[in-house]
Write a protein that binds this ligand. Structure first.
Ligand code: PLP
Length: 398
């Protein structure tokens, strides 16, 4: 039970302190005065407003700020409350846009081990067994299975193999033409899998060839985490829709954004019944969440946290890479400050997370993969401590 957070550390109810490297939410750490002040100021001025009735200046400012960070054509921002809601909205927007263009399609192509959220539509994308649900599949989904083990992604054949699999999935073997491809630039819940360089740009070309929209789910990679403001910047790819959330307000408040091309927005604008991207909830674009996001983005830019993630991510990778092939560590991989250690089995991974916790370090685990995802504001000394605690936990267990 946690009761307090300061900088990179959280404290539990017994007063024990932990270095927190457990979440892509952690943009600038805990109790940052600038964010706390912005939240307080917003609460005492205009805490929020139902955007279906009227807009407010903080939501407008954030929508413009997000658009300003995106490639020029992704000029419109819909604000929602969570990664799930943003993915759900992106799928609805894509499907309705296809209808408005007179080319109705519903089939979505995605990774079998992707994760895009917890509601029925978002969850139905994933082929992960624990995300099965008792309802009918709401849309046809063609899933591409990643080669296993994930370190295969660094083999010289990986890129061609992956693009060939997506080409086959898009072609669809007699199925309806594809509406969209939805992928994470780095597969988070599905095992911290880093995809081969060139994958996103290859996918962009394939989407154009098959008339499918490219929807990038940057919920866990957006806002500096991978060493660029957005992971798609590593390849200069322009998607049709980009979904972001976790890093946006650094975990200070629930918020997410769906960034869409001007042409998609315009298509909705012309429809007499839909009229604009109306996919929000009562609390979408909530004033306090928008204020937290604007303050977080100020810090991200002022302190070049993306550049910092790139630089310190390389330090972290260099320090942990030597563990690969020893002590049950099957692979070490990462992008920016999102580093994953894959163990030979899940039992070892569970034991490493427990041993790390005993040493005052919180890590994240998905199956046999243990992830180190610290605040982007972490300094060199604290990063050394993170490495030392991981090494010590691995040494004890394996
Ligand atoms: N998409 C990705 C890539 C995620 O990693 C997550 C959450 O882990 C989601 C979507 C869902 O976001 P949320 O938990 O905010 O609904």
């Amino acid at each position: 039970m946690l009761v307090k957070g300061t900088g990179c550390y959280v404290t539990d109810q017994h007063g024990r302190e932990y270095l927190d490297a457990s979440s892509p939410n952690l943009t600038c750490g805990y109790a940052v005065p600038e964010v706390a002040h912005a939240v307080g100021e917003q609460a005492s001025r205009m805490h929020g407003y139902d955007l279906s009735v009227a807009s407010h200046d903080t939501a407008g400012a954030l929508a413009e700020r997000v658009a300003g960070l995106m490639p020029a054509d992704l000029s419109r921002t819909l604000l929602t409350n969570s990664g799930t809601e943003a993915v759900e909205a992106a799928l609805l927007i894509a499907g309705m846009y296809a209808g408005l263009r007179g080319d109705p399609r519903t089939r979505v192509v995605t990774f079998a081990t992707g994760y895009h959220g917890s509601t029925v539509l978002a969850r139905s994308l994933s082929g992960l067994a624990h995300l099965d649900h008792p309802f009918h599949q709401p849309m046809p989904v063609t899933r591409v299975t990643l080669p296993s083990p994930a370190r295969e992604m660094r083999s010289p054949e990986a890129l061609d193999m992956l693009l060939a699999a997506f080409r086959a999935a898009l072609a669809g073997d007699g199925q309806e033409p594809p509406l969209a491809v939805v992928v994470e630039p780095l597969i988070n819940v599905g095992g911290g899998v880093v995809l081969p360089p060139g994958f996103l740009s290859g996918l962009r070309r394939l989407c154009d060839e098959y008339g499918a929209l490219l929807i990038l789910d940057e919920v866990s990679t957006g806002y500096g985490r991978t060493g660029r403001m957005f992971a798609f910047e590593h390849e200069g790819v322009v998607a049709d829709i980009v979904v972001t959330s976790k890093g946006l307000a650094g975990g200070y408040a629930p918020i997410s954004a769906v960034s869409v091309r001007e042409s998609i927005y315009t298509a909705f604008g012309r429809d007499p019944f839909v009229g604009g991207l109306r996919f929000g909830q009562t609390t979408s674009g909530h004033g306090i969440a928008c204020a937290a996001a604007l303050a977080t983005l100020d810090l991200l830019v002022r302190d070049d946290l993306a550049g910092r993630a790139q630089r310190l991510g390389e330090v972290l990778m260099d320090a942990l890479r030597e563990l690969a092939g020893t002590r049950g560590v099957a692979d070490v991989r990462g992008m920016g400050l999102f580093v994953s250690l894959e163990f030979e089995d899940e039992t070892t991974a569970v034991a490493v997370v427990t041993a790390a916790q005993q040493r005052g370090l919180l890590l994240r685990r998905q199956g046999a993969v243990v992830m180190a995802v610290p605040p982007l504001t972490i300094d060199e000394t604290t990063l050394d401590l993170l490495v030392e605690r991981i090494r010590s936990a691995v040494r004890e267990v394996a």
